[in-house]
Design a protein around this ligand. Structure first.
Ligand SMILES: [Zn+2]
Length: 393
């Protein structure tokens, strides 16, 4: 007995496939008056609505737009606590001296496993309602072997894209011995964390980890079977981007302060530049220059950086609107970067596109065009979401 169930979504005004050989031939592969056929968890057919094959079920998109589910390739959702006061002080121009990341570290260490997991699933559900169907998340608020390992264990129950970020900051108890902390991160902690993660990340920045420390950490991670990604050049110029390229990291994240040499290095590599405008928004910092990267031929991803300190948004549509308004991206480029770009930053080809064989991860907008994501900022346009072929919103 064949238990496969097929569904057509037809009468789609604008279908973003991210397949340049489809539709209008642009990078978005935009098909007008389109249909998508899904079978179980996968896409099996796309094309003009009038040519769609017969299926078991039908969903009428009623002239709306469909695009791939967003691929948010950068978040920090294994945390407890809240930093409302810090944000309020920053936005009110008042000095605030409490400990930033260290505030979250203290709350996270004190939280139970149940509370940490409930917090994670709450934000995963929030992201899904806004169209995010693939989400990377990291440790980095435990900073002990046990706390980092449990964060990753919990994350791995909910996503395949799990990143070990023991090298987020040097915790207070190692303030006088940063080399000792690097030894822990590359030794015992790595051994406990590697089985639960796919990626290793380091915050390469003045005040966090320098280029030599970052290289040692990422190299140790690679030897343990993890693949590198790097928090690079967020607050200042530094070695992070070029280190990411040197080590074939999947992504250099932030990329706000770049030299021409950094841009050239990215353009000549397969390392994606992941831009995180929620961070610049929430800290009133200078925007990354997406236009400069795109014009140089760099692959750009757009993600939320969702975390309780510097970017407490799970909304990819919000980031698309910022990228178009303030970072020089066209609406088409921003939508591509939040779908196919995020997939590239995770070295995935089965998400971030609507093509036969890809996962049936789809977002139906309450709008006739994907451009409305930037044109109608702040409006909840996501009407329905399918993940792995199942309608979840
Ligand atoms: Zn981050």
């Amino acid at each position: 007995m064949n238990s496969t169930v097929s569904t057509v979504i037809d009468n789609i005004a604008a279908l973003v496939t991210n397949d340049p050989s489809s539709g209008d031939g642009s990078p978005l592969g935009l098909v007008r008056d389109a249909a998508v056929v899904i079978e179980d968890a996968r896409v099996v057919w796309t094309g003009e609505s009038s040519k769609a094959p017969a299926t078991d079920n039908r969903v009428d998109a009623e002239g709306r737009a469909v695009l791939p589910g967003f691929v948010d390739s950068h978040s920090h959702l294994l945390f407890a606590g809240d930093r409302t006061e810090e944000f309020n002080a920053r936005m009110s121009g008042r000095p605030y001296s409490a400990g930033g990341i260290r505030t979250t570290v203290a709350a996270t260490r004190a939280a139970s496993d149940t509370d940490l997991e409930a917090n994670l699933t709450r934000y995963l559900a929030e992201a899904l309602r806004q169209g995010t169907t693939t989400l990377e998340t990291k440790s980095g608020y435990g900073l002990t072997t046990a706390d980092e390992a449990r964060a990753l264990r919990i994350a791995a129950r909910h996503t395949d894209e799990v990143t070990y970020l023991g090298a987020h900051v040097v915790p207070a108890e190692f303030a006088d011995d940063p080399a000792g902390y690097v030894s822990l991160v590359t030794g015992e902690m790595l051994g406990a964390c590697a089985p639960h993660a796919r990626w290793i990340d380091v915050f390469c920045e003045r005040g966090a980890f320098d280029g030599d420390q970052a290289r040692a950490i990422l190299t140790a991670g690679r030897q343990a079977g993890l693949h590198p990604r790097v928090h690079a050049n967020q607050l200042s110029h530094g070695p992070g981007v070029r280190l990411a390229v040197e080590l074939d990291a999947a992504s250099a994240d932030h990329c706000t302060h770049l030299t021409d040499a950094d841009v050239d290095a990215l353009a000549g590599s397969r390392t994606v530049a992941t831009l995180l405008p929620g961070a610049e928004f929430s800290t009133r910092a200078e925007w990354p220059d997406a236009r400069r990267l795109l014009d140089a031929g760099v692959t750009v991803a757009l993600s939320t950086d969702c975390n309780p300190g510097s970017s407490f948004t799970s909304s990819v549509p919000f980031c698309i609107a910022l990228a178009v308004r303030d970072m020089g991206m066209t609406p088409d480029e921003a939508v591509w970067s939040a779908t196919a770009g995020g997939a590239a930053a995770l070295r995935r080809t089965d998400v971030g596109r609507i093509t036969p064989g890809a996962y049936a991860d789809l977002t139906l907008l309450d709008a006739p065009s994907h451009v409305h994501l930037a044109y109608r900022p702040g409006v909840p346009l996501v009407r329905a979401v399918w993940r792995r072929g199942v309608r979840v919103v």
